[in-house]
Design a protein around this ligand. Structure first.
Ligand SMILES: Nc1ncnc2c1ncn2[C@@H]1O[C@H](COP(=O)(O)OP(=O)(O)OP(=O)(O)O)[C@@H](O)[C@H]1O
Ligand SMILES: [Mg+2]
Length: 256
C-alpha cells in the first residue's frame, strides 16, 4: 500500500478509568486510509472501551486523537459523527418499537411533506431503499414492517449493519463484534459485505473474537492486553497461533 500523508486515525496514549479499574492504560493505534484493522484481545482487554473513546460515547480521560494528522476533540458521539466516525456497537442500539425501515433511516428520514414544524416521512421511499440495502446485504427479514423488538439477534444485527452501510462511506467505520450474534449463513454474508466495503476503500476497525473472521477481512491485526495495544502485525505475515500467543502474552510483542 502506498503511504500518502498522515494516517487517517492516530490514537496516542489513551487512558480511561472506571472507578478503580484502569480500562485503558496508554493505548495507542495508528490506521492508514483505506485500511482494515482488526482489534483483538481477551475479554476485558479494553477493545470496546478504546472504540467508545474514539466514538465519543465514553470519552477518554486523557490522550490524543488525530484524524488525518489534525488533533480532534471527541467528547460526544455527536463530535465523532461530525468528523465522519461511525460505530456499530456490540450492544446494539436499535429503536425497538420502530420497524426495520425506520431503524435503517433513524434520524435521517426523507420527507414526503414538510410544512413548518409539520412533516410526513416518505415511507415508500424508505421501504424501497431499505429493501435495496437489505438485498445488498442479502439478508432476509420476512416482515420488515414488524417492530425490530420482535426480530432475532441476527436479524437485529443485520438491521444495524444495514443502517450503517445505508449512510454511505464514512471517514472511519468501527464495528464491535459484527458477526457475534449471527447464524452461519448470515456470518458468511456479513463477511462478504465487509470485504466489499474494504475493496471500496472504506477504512475500518473491526473488533472480533473470531480469528477466522479476522483473517478473512483484515489488513493488519492489533492485539490488546491490559488496556494497551501490545502488538500490531500484518495479517498476511502471521498465523492464528501467533495471534493467540500475542493475546495471552506468550510471545514478544511486535509492531508492523
Ligand atoms: N462502563 C463501565 N464501568 C465499569 N467498568 C467498565 C465499564 N466498561 C468497561 N469496564 C471495564 O473495563 C475493562 C475493559 O472492558 P472492555 O469492555 O473495553 O473490554 P473488551 O476488550 O471489549 O472485552 P470483551 O471482549 O469482553 O467485549 C474491563 O475490566 C471492564 O470490566
Ligand atoms: Mg467488548
Amino acid at each position: 500500500m502506498m503511504e500518502t500523508g498522515p494516517p487517517l486515525l492516530e490514537v496516542e496514549n489513551i487512558e480511561k478509568r472506571f472507578g478503580g479499574v484502569r480500562a485503558l492504560q496508554g493505548a495507542s493505534l495508528s490506521i492508514a486510509e483505506g485500511e482494515t484493522v482488526a482489534l483483538v484481545g481477551d475479554n476485558g482487554a479494553g477493545k470496546s472501551t478504546l472504540v467508545k473513546a474514539v466514538a465519543g460515547v465514553q470519552p477518554a480521560d486523557s490522550g490524543t486523537i488525530r484524524l488525518r494528522g489534525r488533533e480532534v476533540a471527541i467528547r460526544s458521539a455527536k463530535d465523532a459523527g461530525a468528523l465522519g466516525v461511525e460505530v456499530l456497537y456490540q450492544d446494539l442500539a436499535l429503536a425497538n418499537t420502530l420497524d426495520v425501515a425506520a431503524n435503517v433511516f433513524l434520524g435521517d428520514e426523507p420527507l414526503w411533506l414538510k410544512l413548518g414544524w409539520f412533516s410526513v416521512p416518505d415511507t415508500r421511499r424508505m421501504d424501497a431503499e431499505t429493501a435495496a440495502t437489505l438485498d445488498r446485504l442479502r439478508i432476509d427479514i420476512p416482515d420488515p414492517k414488524r417492530p425490530v423488538a420482535n426480530l432475532s439477534g441476527g436479524q437485529r444485527q443485520a438491521v444495524a449493519i444495514g443502517r450503517t452501510i445505508h449512510r454511505g462511506r464514512r471517514e472511519l467505520l468501527i464495528l464491535d463484534e459484527p458477526t457475534a450474534a449471527l447464524g452461519v449463513e448470515e456470518v458468511r454474508k456479513v463477511l462478504a459485505l465487509l470485504r466489499s466495503l474494504r475493496d471500496e476503500g472504506q477504512t475500518m476497525i473491526i473488533v472480533s473474537h473470531d480469528l477466522e473472521h479476522v483473517f478473512q477481512v483484515s489488513d493488519r491485526i492489533a492485539v490488546m492486553r491490559q488496556g494497551r495495544v501490545q502488538a500490531v502485525v500484518r495479517t498476511s505475515e502471521v498465523t492464528k497461533t501467533d495471534i493467540v500467543r500475542l493475546i495471552v502474552g506468550d510471545i514478544e510483542d511486535a509492531v508492523a
